[in-house]
Design a protein around this ligand. Sequence first.
Ligand SMILES: [Zn+2]
Length: 1014
Amino acid sequence: MTQPFLLRLSVTSVLLLVAAATAAFGQIKPGRDPKQPIDEQYTRKIREYTTETFFNSPLTDYLPASPNVPTPKSVLGDVAGAPGKLPYSAEVYRYMRLLERASPRVKVFSIGTTEEGREMIAVAVASETLLAKLDENRARLAKLGDPRTIRMDEAEADRLVTASFPVYYITGTIHSPETGSPTALMELAYRLAVDESPYVKQIRDNVVTLITPVVEVDGRDRMVDVYNWHLANPGANWPSLVYWGHYVAHDNNRDAIGLSLKLTRNVLNTFTGWKAQVLHDLHESVPYLYDNTIGDGPYNAWVDPILTDEWQLVGWNNVSEMTKFGMPGVFAHGNFDTWSPGYLMFIAATHNGISRLYETFGNAGADTVERTLSADDYSRTWYRQNPPLPRAKWSQRNNNNYQQTGLLTSLHYFSNNTKLFLKNFYLKSKRSIDKPKNEGPAAYVFPADDPRPGGQADLLRLIQAQGCEVHRATAPFTVMVKAKKNGAKKETPSPAPSASPTPSSSPSPAASPTPTPKTEQRQFPAGSYIVRMDQPYSRIADALLDHQYWAPNDPQQDVYDDTGWTLGELGNVQVVRVTDVKTLTVPMERITSEVRAPGAINGNGSVYLINHTADNTLATLRYRLKEVAMEAAEEPFEAAGRKFNRGSLIIRKASANELQRAATELGVQIHAVEAAPIVKTHAIGAPRVALMHTWMDTQDEGWWRLALDQMKIPFSYISTQDVAKDSDLRSKYDVIIFAPVGRGTEAIINGMPMWGNALPWKTTTLTPNLGKIDSTDDMRPGLGYSGLMNLQKFTREGGLFIGTMDTAELAVSTGFTPGLSITRSTRLKAIGAVLRSKVVDDKSPIAYGYPEAVSIYCFNGPIFGVSNFASGRGGRPRREQRATGRGTTDDPDTVQGRVPVEAPELPTAEAWEAYPVLPEQRRNGINIIPVEFRPRVIFRYADSKDLLVSGLLDGGDEIAQRPMIVDVPTGKGHVVLFSNNPMWRGQTKGSYSFVLNAILNFDNLNAGRKLEEK
Ligand SMILES: [Zn+2]
């Protein structure tokens, strides 16, 4: 009975606090303290570089002077946002460290390094008193963030809230061509440290502002190079920033799911390590300040409604305050849907904080230029009552004014409501722990007998990296799970669910309107992993492991990003969502280190066998033991009392020690036997792989490069220009991979237009950070027709070319693949969805180790069709429709005065098959492809009704049953094309082995192929 009383008390006290704060807020006017001198020269420059007075605010139209704290000018040589000034990361850091030395209100922390070894930092700014108490404050925030530590004691939580102050984390320039935030954040740090105005002082005294001024450090330094090149070559076109980060460009802001990039991990660890309440990420692509914190629907379905209310509170307050300053173009809402948890800011949303994002207006550099907007941008609408101007002179200083003004009003609002937001932080954390008894589920279970322990461990490590606890069952256990659609499978040794099942009881007051799904008992073996949902960061695990559904008729038709990401499905890992709260009481222990798949050599003998289960570590092992001869079994076999899949590795001679070490480190189970099994095999080498890129876009291939690097598969990195010049590719490479480009065939072949000046991408004294990854004197030339010819020659001479999505289209449309065609879709909408695929030819090495059905990532195809004719299309007759004549619709017509003749029955073919060649067509078979060169379909899309696994799918019948992976023999080599993207954002690890299988078996892809005429 005491609890409701306490609850009421605390709500009342919070309300009182809010009321008090609001009263205080009314008294503090934004603007300078007249008693504090200003830096006259700096202030004059701010006003000079601001193109209209209304592009500034009382918060940023002056700079307070300090006798001992240096302004950004000390490093920049001019004011923040000055034309022509874009500092390198090192200069930004130098300034932040100058601030730290000069002011007791600034502390700089190193938070890790990038892929290229550059440092990332976080700068804390607050009053001396607050900074002195950082550690004790963090300890209090940690308790609020994990209410289990205070036994969910509401009164204790209130005491902690009263004693604590919040952390507001701001991150700048994750997108390298969006260049303004480093200087804005340098100046913001200065203001927060020295400004004695009551408005800023209140922020400093009540909130720790934490700033990472440059998130994408590698890309920042390259962008500054490009800008400096532009300054040194006035009037010339400048090279576009083809490499932002080391691997990916714009997609570095889609990595909060897969955590593949160091910047994501560093920001995540900083956010969770500091127990911050807000993560506010700065972008620059919309005029003049779009606060897409609020965004549009659909909202991510796994975040707490307390958070979505906070978005409204914080976001609309921001718009309201800046509207009062008379700054045009400040708005919220917009059309950004808030569905995907992949954005950097969403680290906060899924970890009990508040995610925020600004789009301000940048000029991609520091030039002051006239900007003309499109009507979409300057039109007035309900959420944008003071829109941007159709045309205005725009400067980086304007951008810096908007960024800082927005941030200062936000920080001030936060400083007025610290107790409210800290209490919400506690409540969100508590409700995350309460998940099993409210919305559920209770846990996700990863069965110990998953055939892919490597993939399983990989996914569990990701869940751990997200900050979640992982447990392991110490004994077998049986709980109720959702019943399989078509009755229980055999693998579930379950008694019929006749005994009354333990209800997945919900203490929620109202009965759910949706019918409770049927349940059945399922036993999990000892050693199964359990991700409990009664932990503070349960929401991120739930969001990543659950299934998504985006209704085709959702009001939001402008989908912003991927709609499905279910990681168990995409990882080819078994993950069972369990609502039965009994799961939480089974004997288990917490895993205290990173989950690793156990590896060992079992048994005795000098022949070693490794079962192929499409675990990616198999290829890593192959390349690691490059000198060791290995063979792949072309049929399943039994040995040492176990079943081995097709594709399993047989090693007849190897150092046991070396093998043992590799097995342990990689988590591979190796079985030693006395004699090799009698089975047909072929040799598996360590093929020489090249990854080919264009000079237009490296975004999507970056994920492939990253995946190969992670798996330690060595490769040469070559450009389309290299291929254009090299007519002997086969002597250097066995496999050439061409990952998606995001451009059409024409652009890939022609490159960029050749008028204008050359666009160099190379290391020079002016551009010390360009080149490196790859370099060229001129980015413009493309693959060219010579490149196409060289690639075709490469495959005819025994090489393997791998194409995906648009590069598959390139191969099809330029004649690499007789018999393969692409159908234009008219209705298909598979927007970054998880779809189901089915095996067609399990004897192909590309299918080795895979089960019959595999979930894959698809973004609208392409839709493949196969034929036995070189033209690609021939052969499939139109469905016979009856002609006008006698009888009902299904009657035959009858010619009068003649005995009726029946038309011969035509053969049939499935959507993934080529239509058989008809006798009439054989009479002069110029276009008939010889059987050995016909496209071989390895996997296809599932039937329409089974196609959708997760996300948005509309018009799915267009791609249902169509070929997904096709292997086309050409000369001595092969072209293997994917309609799905098997290497995407570090999220599709279950599909990697399709590519790895093709690579490892490049010279034996015809294994298991049936050649009978059909
Ligand atoms: Zn951006």
